[in-house]
Design a protein around this ligand. Structure first.
Ligand SMILES: CC[C@H](C(=O)O)C(=O)SCCNC(=O)CCNC(=O)[C@H](O)C(C)(C)COP(=O)(O)OP(=O)(O)OC[C@H]1O[C@@H](n2cnc3c(N)ncnc32)[C@H](O)[C@@H]1OP(=O)(O)O
Length: 251
């Protein structure tokens, strides 16, 4: 079974699905490769919008694959992985067309960072999500803290990062993290959310997205992400982090 899928629909919707439900759609290096492929495809003119989602109904994404990344011990080893994923998320953040994180299930840690790199977040009613990195004695390491601060108010961004806890879909909507809650078929719900946009010319969507790209570049998003990655890498090498990860893996 391929760990990711990319479907391109006739209406210009591209859907990238993380297909590791048995590992709650944790992000491995292979998923990073797949995300790179999806971004390359999404940059093609016939694609009007890119959706990121997860397979199954338990998880959107549970963040980095701890069974793989726990082997990264030093700051430099961690930085290499963190930086690689952060560069993919910056490319997603600056994609010149609408991007949607379709939260089919729980989103934690790096899963929330992936969701924050998208312009919009839609969540199934029962979904919980949270930036739980703090409980692992690290901070966001893929740029998600920077992306979040461009999506919601500074107070709500700081609250979500510093509380490092899970919120339900009502709380997520109140804080502005998700734009819409759905109950039916995920892709159809996504189409309903996008239907007014998808009837417009791709160039119109691209031009409007360009307005926000210019704003984010002026706000130094790329430099802020680099610093965020470096900050996480420093904390990563700490004993407190390795202890928390070992606790999860031994459960
Ligand atoms: C910068 C980003 C940062 C980084 O990686 O550097 C992070 O993302 S830090 C945060 C990393 N993620 C986590 O700490 C989340 C860990 N997972 C969980 O807390 C739970 O699995 C949860 C809440 C996502 C789902 O709970 P549920 O009870 O539904 O499932 P299980 O816990 O029983 O897990 C089922 C199965 O999946 C494996 N699993 C889940 N998450 C991960 C993960 N992130 N990496 C690797 N494997 C994961 C879990 O071990 C179970 O496997 P099994 O072989 O069946 O025991």
């Amino acid at each position: 079974m391929k760990p990711y899928m990319l479907e391109v629909h006739e209406d210009g919707l591209a859907v990238f699905t993380i297909n590791r439900p048995e590992k709650r759609n944790a992000i491995s290096y292979e998923i990073m490769d797949g995300l790179g492929e999806a971004l390359a495809a999404a940059e093609e003119d016939q694609i009007k919008a890119l959706v990121i989602t997860g397979a199954g109904d338990k998880a959107f994404c549970s963040g980095g694959d701890l069974s793989s990344f726990h082997q990264l011990k030093t700051e430099e080893e961690a930085f290499e992985m963190l930086n690689r994923m952060s560069e993919l998320l910056v490319r997603l953040f600056f994609l010149p067309k609408p991007t949607i994180a379709l939260l089919n299930g729980i989103a934690v840690g790096g899963g929330c960072e992936l969701a924050s790199a998208c312009d919009f977040r839609l969540a199934r009613k029962e979904v919980n999500a949270g930036f739980i990195q703090g409980t692992l004695a690290i901070t966001t390491g893929w740029g998600g803290g920077t992306f979040l601060s461009e999506r919601v108010t500074s107070s709500n961004a700081m609250k979500m990062l510093m509380e490092a806890c899970l919120y339900n879909s009502d709380e997520l909507k109140d804080m502005g993290f998700i734009q819409s809650v759905y109950t039916g078929d995920p892709i159809e719900s996504c189409r309903t959310f996008l239907n007014k946009m998808l009837v417009l010319e791709g160039d119109v969507l691209k031009s409007y997205k360009g307005m926000f790209i210019r704003k984010w570049k002026e706000a130094g998003v790329e430099e802020r992400v680099k610093q965020e990655v470096r900050n996480c890498a420093v904390l990563w090498q700490g004993e407190a982090h390795h202890k928390q990860v070992d606790k999860f893996l031994k459960k």
